[in-house]
Design a protein around this ligand. Structure first.
Ligand SMILES: *[C@@H]1O[C@H](CO)[C@@H](O)[C@H](O)[C@H]1NC(C)=O
Ligand SMILES: *[C@@H]1O[C@H](CO)[C@@H](O)[C@H](O)[C@H]1NC(C)=O
Length: 253
């Protein structure tokens, strides 16, 4: 009985021992693809690829994103502040700023103008105040008579509608390429787009992207040329970028 029992035990002992010694090699072999996969980004990190425009994670669907944006736009406390305490001060600042653009010939009283993500339309009121009467705002929630309803990812306007577009909500774009393509689509050839953006410091829990230089913007505005980039102090936004849509941009209408 004893001999019969020890034989299989010995065999299994050697088997286990050999397994034990070969296991590291087997493991190495099976992990090779993973090792490669994980080691590649690690070496990339030593020579970082600059990504100056990052989409914030956490938006699992477009619906969720829109709901979150609406949550800010519809917040009764914020709307009250925008239409009372903020109203005159913002119109004053926007007016001065638009007057400057007028002085540079980037905007005129004949311009058809759009303000993107205008909330309650302080920008629009400022434009009208300085004589740009054909101006309108657009946001997810309308605010008549200054702001009409529209999604900046899918503007409710035809091609080549505006001479001038302004926005200070680029950071709310979940699809910055769509945001820009829609501006370039609805601008007339030779039309001007002015963006106020934050390259540092400005965070809003409703923001959908973070921009760290103007380079990604220059790349996104494929049918326009940069007129100028400047520093501003505009309600938490620090940089102004001015584009002009090329007159020879491909026409499709
Ligand atoms: C916004 O969200 C908060 C909490 O997530 C909620 O209490 C509030 O009612 C929402 N407001 C609107 C206008 O949807
Ligand atoms: C409007 O412009 C877009 C892109 O610029 C183009 O794809 C589309 O065909 C144009 N629509 C019309 C009706 O011309």
């Amino acid at each position: 009985m004893k001999g019969i029992q020890t034989k299989p035990l010995q065999i299994s002992k050697y088997f286990v021992l050999s397994l034990f010694f070969s296991l590291p090699f087997l493991l190495l072999l099976s992990l090779r693809p993973y090792y490669h996969r994980f080691s590649t980004p690690a070496t990339d990190n030593s020579t970082p690829q600059p990504s100056d425009l990052r989409i914030r994670p956490g938006y699992t669907s477009y619906d969720r994103y829109i709901k979150k944006q609406l949550n800010k736009t519809l917040d009764p406390k914020l709307r009250k502040i925008w239409t009372t305490r903020d109203w005159d001060r913002k119109i004053q600042v926007f007016s001065r700023f638009f007057e400057g653009l007028k002085g540079e010939g980037l905007l005129s009283e004949d311009s058809k103008a759009l303000c993107i993500g205008a909330r309650v339309g302080q920008e629009v009121q400022a434009l009208r105040k300085i004589g740009v009467s054909d101006s309108i705002g657009m946001d997810l929630v309308p605010y008549p008579p200054l702001v009409v309803e529209g999604d900046f990812h899918n503007q409710p306007f035809g091609n080549h509608t505006f001479d001038f577009e302004f926005s200070n909500v680029f950071d709310h774009a979940l699809y910055p390429d769509r945001f820009v393509a829609e501006i370039e689509r609805t601008l007339k050839p030779g039309g001007v787009c002015v963006l106020h953006v934050a390259l540092s410091g400005h965070t809003d829990k409703y923001s959908a992207n973070d921009l760290h230089s103007v380079k990604p913007l220059e790349a996104l505005f494929r049918r326009s040329a940069v007129v100028r980039v400047g520093k501003i102090d505009g309600f938490g936004l620090d940089t102004e970028v001015v584009f002009r849509k090329r007159r020879d941009a491909i026409q499709r209408s």
